[in-house]
Design a protein around this ligand. Sequence first.
Ligand SMILES: [Zn+2]
Length: 419
Amino acid sequence: MIRRRILITAVLPFIFLVLILPGAAAYSADEDDTGEPYVAALGDTWETLARRTGMPAEDLARYNLTINPQRQPAAGSTINLPQIRGQNGRLLRPLAGGSLAIAATNGRNPWTLSLQNDLAHPYSPLLYVPFLLPGGTAPLRELPPGLQHLSLAPGAITPGSAFALRASPPDPALQFTLDTLPLTVSSTNERTVALGATGAFFPPGQSLLAIRSGINPLWEQPLTINNRQWTWEEVTFTNAAVLDPETLQQERERLQAIWDEVTPQAMWQGEFQTPITDYIEISSYYGARRSVNGGPYSSYHEGTDYSAYGGTPVRAPAAGKVVLAEPLAIRGGAVILDHGLGIHSGYYHLSAIHVQPRQLVEPGDLLGEVGTTGRSTGNHLHWDLLIGRTWIDGYAWLEQGIDEWLSPSQIEDHRLPEQ
Ligand SMILES: [Zn+2]
């Protein structure tokens, strides 16, 4: 009797230790499985990952001690997971009706569906309980109600970058926000596209991506905004006239009215090209922190500067419509193109302009010639790219692949096969 008590006293702390150790082998079918890095995608919740790995959600969170278990895993963040078994389907949270309603709206047999969710019959009243709809080829995800497919454009999101979502079937009532920032939404017969942009001063970390329909919140998930490095520049302007705040403000208000116009369809196909091929160097990158005339570093460079000889051709990087073609006080000889979906590109300090307002251009069409008009210290092309009123890094946009991903030719298969 005494010996047994000693044995229990000796073993108990050990069991306790195993239970609280992060990633302890006790949670895994495989003794050697210490977890593998996995990049969370849109629709990954602790619940879907639990069903895919066979590990309870609360244990999964314990596998990732640096992550707040009260928050869903952030899309784009790396988490530690035991081996994924590969269960496909969707996880739904029905507001009412449980398996019967889900079976009815998805053309499934209610009895089969109930068995797949460990329910004795389809009449159990299930409220807010995650409900599995197996099938398809896509990994198990939790998507907004009514959507069969939701995906995020490739590439890491950083301050000063574009990000985009495709959702289907299309629903023009959908509204998307990142924290308080609204995304530009447009719908075709096949899909709804949401396009957003982080500015150069957007804080890195985790922001909340939310989808609503009218006033109803449908879905939300944190989204990772990665950090990036910036360059620092001291800029000196000697011409007092072009620094006049009123001139700056007038020009900005005029352009904001143009940038606010959203053509709902993408007007281009495929990848954007560099607007100038014959240049000496990139003399200033987007996002460079700027001190103007010895002031604080409170502004940033809103575009990419290509230093080039005067008269060098500047060409349309993608199809679009000319919405401005005239000399401006600050930006000098200016051309602005509308590419659709709320995307505008600008070409400034030109010595000559070769297009007219409302003209449609194809990629490679001549827009104008490099000059040093307006607030400029030498021959260069200042190229900017905006989504709504937010400047993004055009140079990064050329590499990112969102341009091609958003092209009308890109249609994904979003159907769930019948069971
Ligand atoms: Zn510039």
